[in-house]
Write a protein that binds this ligand. Sequence first.
Ligand SMILES: C[S@@+](CC[C@H](N)C(=O)[O-])C[C@H]1O[C@@H](n2cnc3c(N)ncnc32)[C@H](O)[C@@H]1O
Length: 441
Amino acid sequence: MEKNAYDEPISSGKYEPPSGLIGKYDNVRRLWEDEVIGIFLSPYLEQLVVEGNKIRILDLGCGSGDGYDLLMGVKRQNVTTSQHDVNVINPDLIDTYLGFDINPSLVAQANAIHGGSRGVVFQEMDFNHLLSKFDDEPPYDLYFAAYGTLSHNTDDETVRLLSQIAKHSRDGSIILCDWLGRYSYEWQPLWTKDMEQNKTIDYLISYIYSNGDEGEKEISSFPLRLLSSKETLAIIEQSSIDAGVQIETEELFDRSIFMGRHIDTAQYNPCCKPMRRALNSLLEPNFRTDLQELMVDYVPRDGFPELNDFYQNLEGCWNALVRYTMELLQRFDAEELGRLPGGGGEALDVPSFLRRTQRVPASRLQSTSQTSTTVTARSALKKAMLEMETVVTGASALNIADPRANIIEPQLCYCLRQLEMELQQGEGCGHGLVAILKVHK
Ligand SMILES: C[S@@+](CC[C@H](N)C(=O)[O-])C[C@H]1O[C@@H](n2cnc3c(N)ncnc32)[C@H](O)[C@@H]1O
């Protein structure tokens, strides 16, 4: 046996155990964050490929090209259970996918991973110096700057970039922008009412190291812009004026509210609990989670009543859903063992649970909607509870492949994701504040 036979695969890193519990591509990144962006983007992407049009995509700050996978994974909105081909786009629908990044190592990695696909190219380039070179190029259908990329820019740079994009684009082009949210719980001590204060955060990418992994490593930080909805809308408006082109804000949403990357590090807010770890665990195959770890414990900050209200509203619904699921599981076990809690057994339907639980005060279940959506917190929570009731009732009776770990827990995670999507208000309360814009010419 050749002694060194496995050295090469080991040093390549490809011999490491796959785990969705940690790292850049953890379960939450792939199954929550990427998916939420895809769900919001789906109707706009569908419009771009009507009648099988091939599309042109420009990925700004493409990093290692993850945007390509994200976009290829976006699902159509209305699909039936029996359909298997549900993605909006596929490699055959790509005319051009051009990714730019300032970091040559990331560009090399992007080319190594995706460079072989037809029409796909990644190049080293500063996106602030890019569009002046584009005069002779046809417009792109989608300009895509995901995962906090635009927080690397000053506001002036972003206004210049967006107005160049608006001029270069065609009627109907879509622009997706993503910044860090000013009011994420992850950095609650940085919240301020004076918009001239704390405009940036000294951002550390410490979260990709698993516990203690960082050892002696010096982790460098860099400034990233934090934005509220008001500041974001002002940037978009100024870009539109400068370009002389109408840029419509179609969506403005908070992503990753209680589970952004720095919830687990508690580096900026020591009150944060490791919620991301718990959600990663929910999504991990064959892995059971202590559901108690999913309970949010929001600590309000004096002087910010509206933000506290928003967070406590979401916290109330979130915790109610987790608690209801725990009770459903206990109820199933009790029935299986022939003993119902409380003698004859208290009803565990959604309305009676909501009546009984004192922990979700009515004031926390009122409408939080300031946007076009009419969904109230109460109806979003009820919908999620009914979903979990169906899942727990149906799956608990199965005997193959640990239905608790493989069906019930992931579904609970998707219901929590849905709650986040329905209750968020696009105010900058998530790790990311995402805008989907449409150009009208
Ligand atoms: C937060 S990462 C996002 C990476 C990628 N878009 C993703 O979805 O994972 C931001 C990226 O923007 C790149 N970047 C920052 N400033 C840039 C600039 N002026 N021009 C081009 N790329 C830039 C960084 O190198 C980094 O890869």
